[in-house]
Design a protein around this ligand. Structure first.
Ligand code: FES
Length: 126
């Protein structure tokens, strides 16, 4: 059996939504101290709907595939739904990740949560 699913390979080789949103409403950055990989998410939010999302991931193939899939899963969704996205859901949408690569999908969940926490903080302070 191949180590990585076709979906993982597809999102790794052709990642969706790579890049920066200059005037993002929310930005979140997280890293994994063990492997040193870093993921940054940029969100554009209008009326509590995520209208656009882009990412930059300096990391392994599974982290890139996870970020790409996560952006697809939250684009067009309400903030409340994006906050509920779990790394398991990201990994399932990719048709699975090897056990020792599950932490890569955790980065995607955390990067989105971090961006949305910053967004909510900004709203409280406004
Ligand atoms: Fe670190 Fe994949 S090995 S995120």
């Amino acid at each position: 059996m191949a180590l990585y699913s076709e979906k993982v390979m597809d999102h790794f080789l052709h990642p969706r939504n790579v890049g920066i949103i200059e005037d993002a409403d929310a930005v979140g950055e997280v890293g994994n101290a063990k492997c040193g990989d870093i993921m940054k998410m940029y969100l554009k939010i209008e009326n509590d709907i995520i209208t656009d999302v882009k990412f930059e991931t300096f990391g392994c193939g599974s982290a890139i595939a996870s970020s790409s899939m996560a952006t697809e899963l939250i684009k067009g969704k309400p903030v409340s739904e994006a906050l509920e996205l779990t790394n398991k859901a990201v990994a399932e949408a990719l048709d699975g990740l090897p056990d020792y690569k599950m932490h890569c999908s955790v980065l995607a969940e955390e990067a989105i949560k971090s961006a949305l926490e910053n967004y909510n903080k900004g709203k409280e302070e406004a």
